[in-house]
Design a protein around this ligand. Structure first.
Ligand code: URA
Length: 245
């Protein structure tokens, strides 16, 4: 994986690495728009960066949709690859899809997702301006915790997404997210609020929104962590709009 600011050639390197990964996985065909490939050399570089990342992400999404690498494929309704901006400032990573996410094929659209949306908006972003994903791409039955072997099987997809997205900051939501990315088993209350790095990308662990639904008093800690993320990005939270009525 290339590190630092993405350039046209570093993105092409990443795309090449992704295609090689597909080959290693035994996938002989990937979804790729031939027009896009033909035009890649003729379009402005920033657009080409975006196009290469989009093509890579689309390819990962298609691979996830067809994935049968663990037993969760038998119980899922939809895969949940994650969604949002290519090259976002922030990538939020949770644990695994729940019932709503499994139904819609979208990450964080249930109750915890609504709270995450509020957190994102309080930071001055929209959901479309960040990327939202999970350690697992399929729902574990009855929302049980992901098993270690499921995490091991599924995290290469997330890692490939991170390599293409190149977020400026990763926010790891909850202990499973931190464990999946950093292989650290320390409790989230000890880890939160302290910067870590994942393959060169700054990573801030904080509580999962589902935990906040059960423990609203922890919202202040999460807001402190998110303000630290904003400071790191050279941004400030927008002023809070007073509720009317
Ligand atoms: N919890 C998660 O960790 N991820 C989702 O997408 C929804 C709930």
């Amino acid at each position: 994986m290339t590190t630092g600011k993405p350039t046209f050639s570093s993105l092409l390197d990443d795309l090449k690495a992704w295609l090689e990964y597909q080959l290693e996985e035994g996938n002989r065909t990937v979804e790729m728009d031939p027009e896009l490939l033909k035009n890649l050399a003729h379009i402005p570089r920033r657009k080409a960066d975006q196009a290469a990342a989009d093509a890579g992400l689309k390819s990962i999404t298609e691979t996830i949709k067809a994935c049968t690498n663990c037993a969760l494929n038998k119980t899922r309704t939809n895969t949940v690859p994650g969604q949002g901006a290519a090259h976002p400032d922030i990538m939020f990573i949770g644990e695994a899809p729940g019932a709503d996410e499994d139904q819609q094929g979208l990450a964080f659209v249930g109750r915890a997702g609504k709270l995450l949306t509020k957190m994102i908006e309080a930071m001055g972003y929209t959901r479309d301006e960040v990327f939202i994903g999970n350690i697992l791409k399929c729902r574990p039955p009855n929302n049980r915790a992901p098993m270690p072997e499921e995490m091991e099987t599924c995290t290469p997809y997330l890692k490939a997404q991170i390599a293409l997205l190149k977020p400026k900051v990763i926010v790891a939501l909850g202990a499973t997210s931190v464990k999946g990315l950093l292989n650290i088993k320390t409790g989230i209350s000890k880890l939160r609020g302290q910067w870590h790095t994942f393959e060169g990308t700054n990573l801030m662990p904080t509580y999962h929104p589902a935990y906040l639904l059960r423990n609203p008093s922890a919202k202040k800690d999460v807001w402190d962590d998110l303000k630290d993320v904003l400071k790191h990005l050279g941004r400030k939270a927008p002023p809070v709009r007073k509720r009317t009525g």
